[in-house]
Design a protein around this ligand. Structure first.
Ligand SMILES: Nc1ncnc2c1ncn2[C@@H]1O[C@H](COP(=O)(O)OP(=O)(O)OP(=O)(O)O)[C@@H](O)[C@H]1O
Length: 337
């Protein structure tokens, strides 16, 4: 068993037992390593959707640990569980919530990839036990927080349509199948996207799909917005301008082969003729078919119309963030992180 020499930190782990069937055992090994290293660790399990959020709110005030507020609340699950824990922590009645820790057990683990969290048991435990917290910013969509990205259009329909049972069996393959099914019947609605930059300048755009990025990775380790950084407020708004099924397939192919981020130029047109632009913004308003889903971190978090803004910063236990110049803009499909 791995052991960790670290200062004693008090951690409360919120574990989603439904997530991470593929990474069974990882959480127990990390918890064992933490305890061997001297950390005080309590574990609570979620019982259903939104329970991680409720538990995180309680944890932030010490209600789950005899009144002693933990140094960090650790989300053990996929990006959906992490999203719930962040929502719970930041809605707790305290101005200084515990830091967020991660034990990534999900299908894509996009936030863990963005933070460059180590995969091995000992390194992960060492990060949770000893890393100095990083301050990062979440986004807010109609009141609901997201940490990595929010999207409308095709990707939001894929997220809403994917069958959890198929996802458990096929992992990321379930998203590929659902994307093809959605594209086959895609009605190509148009979205009106209003962006406001840090200087208060407003711009109006039309798009077939839109991803509002906080982090530069998407769907694992694919890159939509190379300039996006978690430790800065504001968003990179990715506009997929061309409608229709062929364009949707083209965008998907460009994303997974690492060419999408290179498509943006001054006119916003890729070599294929498909329009793709990335626009910085601090506020975003999106209209389209009323009630259309808005996905955030891989779950439906809101419905159109939607208003997005940067939320209060929070702390996360992770290694120092890489600089933008070292962030890749190529395809790096690394499944199972
Ligand atoms: N005990 C539980 N029983 C059933 N569902 C749960 C339980 N606890 C949490 N959930 C729900 O499980 C869903 C999936 O969780 P999560 O996204 O963390 O894992 P995943 O789907 O395996 O990973 P990923 O988001 O990376 O694909 C969330 O919507 C969450 O609300």
């Amino acid at each position: 068993m791995d052991s960790v020499a670290a200062p004693a930190r008090r951690l409360l782990v919120i574990h989603n037992p439904v997530a991470g069937r593929r990474r069974r055992g990882l959480m127990g090994r990390v918890v064992d390593a933490l305890r061997l290293g001297g950390a005080e660790v309590a574990v609570v399990e979620t019982t259903g959707p939104r329970d991680a959020e409720r538990l995180a709110t309680l944890a932030a005030t010490g209600a789950l640990t005899d009144g002693r507020i933990p140094d960090a609340v650790v989300a053990a699950g996929g990006d959906g569980t992490i999203n719930e824990v962040v929502n719970g922590l930041l809605s707790a009645p305290t101005s200084h919530p515990p830091a967020l820790g991660l034990i990534p057990l999900g299908t894509a683990n996009v936030l863990a990839a963005e933070l460059d969290l180590p995969c091995g048991v000992a390194d992960l435990a060492r990060t949770l036990a000893g890393a100095a917290p990083l301050t990062i910013h979440a986004g807010r969509a109609n009141g609901r927080l997201f940490t990595m990205m929010a999207g409308v259009g095709l990707d939001a329909h894929v997220v809403e349509g994917v069958d959890p049972a198929v996802k458990r069996r096929l992992g990321k393959g379930a998203y590929v199948l659902e994307s093809l099914a959605q594209i086959a019947r895609w009605p190509s609605p148009r979205f009106r996207v209003v962006t406001e930059d840090a200087a208060g300048r407003r711009d109006e755009h039309e798009a077939a799909s839109c991803i509002v990025a906080k982090g530069h990775f998407y769907g694992g380790r694919f890159v939509c917005a190379p300039q996006a950084r978690l430790d800065e407020g504001g968003f990179q708004v990715c506009l997929f301008q061309e409608g229709g099924r062929l364009a949707a397939l083209g965008y998907g192919a460009a994303l997974v082969t690492g060419r999408l981020a290179r498509w943006q130029d001054k006119r916003g047109n890729g070599p294929s003729g498909l329009g793709y632009r990335v626009v910085p913004a601090v506020r975003v308003h999106i209209e389209g078919p009323v009630g259309d889903p808005v996905q955030g971190d891989g779950d439906t978090i809101a419905r159109l119309p939607v208003d997005m803004e940067t939320a209060a910063p929070f702390r996360v236990l992770a290694p120092p963030l890489r600089s933008v110049s070292r962030l890749s803009s190529g395809a790096e499909p690394v499944p199972g992180r």
